[in-house]
Design a protein. Structure first.
Length: 257
């Protein structure tokens, strides 16, 4: 039930009473629920065939089926990158349904930051190679584990690395760094790309927001979901950036005791 209360009379100060309207919004809610479910189901259904396409492409590229020439390999890399993009979008759609319905399902466990980073790098390797971008990791001797949902954190990090690649330049270097203090572990992703001007640094975490004139196609959902995922597990996601110089996105998570 949706309830609205409005004062009556010419001016609010001379109100002679209130009008209370009760509206049964059950049909709208049901429709909304059906829509959310539909989006979640479709994006889930799309993931399986796209993953199968990726596996087939890898078989072709690694010459398990037969020899390929340079031009063919180049074309395969292009298709592989498109498949990665499709997977990214379906993942975003699937996750935004969780966020919008307020049902983020967490699976908190002791997780290894190194493993999470390894997974996130593997998911972005083809795109990095295609742009001749080097992904370097500074582990700073950190061996502690974190209390986190490993899968969701890996998704966040995958997204941050993918952004770093998409919004920086060919032949550059992206640095992942792990740091720790007594309570927290931080993992940062630093690029020397186009950067984000001060006025947009808060807004980029809003759903569907994209910096005007963004050079790459996208949904504007990745960072919004990422921040919700981090905050749901008592973690953080912050940005430091300078237009024209590059950006550093940092996630923070509680250490395991
Ligand atoms: P999308 O990339 O799909 O638009 P995101 O939520 O991931 O959505 O990012 C929101 C916006 O923030 C992007 O449109 C882009 O303008 C900006 N952005 C994100 N990451 C970076 C980055 N590493 N460097 C520069 N701009 C970025």
């Amino acid at each position: 039930i949706n309830i609205s209360i409005t004062p009556t009379g010419e001016k609010e100060s001379r109100s002679i009473g209130h009008v209370i309207v009760l509206r049964n919004i059950t049909p709208y809610k049901e429709l909304d629920f059906a829509k959310t479910n539909f989006i979640a189901n479709v994006s889930h259904e799309l993931k399986t065939p796209i993953s199968a396409i990726k596996i087939t492409l890898d078989l072709l590229k690694n010459e398990r089926i037969g020899q390929t020439n340079e031009e063919q390999r180049h074309l395969l890399d292009g298709i592989r990158e498109d498949a990665d993009r499709l997977l990214k979008i379906t993942g975003e759609l699937l996750n935004i349904t969780q966020v919008e319905s307020g049902r983020i399902q967490l699976n908190i466990e002791n997780a290894s930051p190194r493993e999470i980073i390894g997974y996130a790098i593997a998911s972005n390797e083809t795109m990095a190679e295609n742009r001749d971008i080097k992904l370097q990791v500074l582990e700073n001797g950190v061996h502690s584990s974190v209390q986190a949902d490993a899968e969701k954190t890996a998704w966040v990090l995958t997204n941050l690395i993918s952004n770093a690649i998409r919004y920086s330049y060919d032949h550059s270097v992206i640095t992942l760094e792990i740091r720790e203090n007594q309570e927290y572990i931080q993992i940062s992703v630093r690029d020397n790309g186009q950067g984000i001007s001060q006025e947009y640094q808060d807004k980029i975490f809003d759903r569907y927001f994209r910096v005007p004139g963004s050079t790459r196609e996208g949904t504007g959902l990745g960072l919004a979901i990422s921040r919700e995922f981090m905050e749901a597990q008592q973690g953080t996601l912050t940005v430091e950036s300078e237009l024209g110089a590059g950006s550093t996105f940092t996630i923070g998570l509680k250490k395991s005791v």
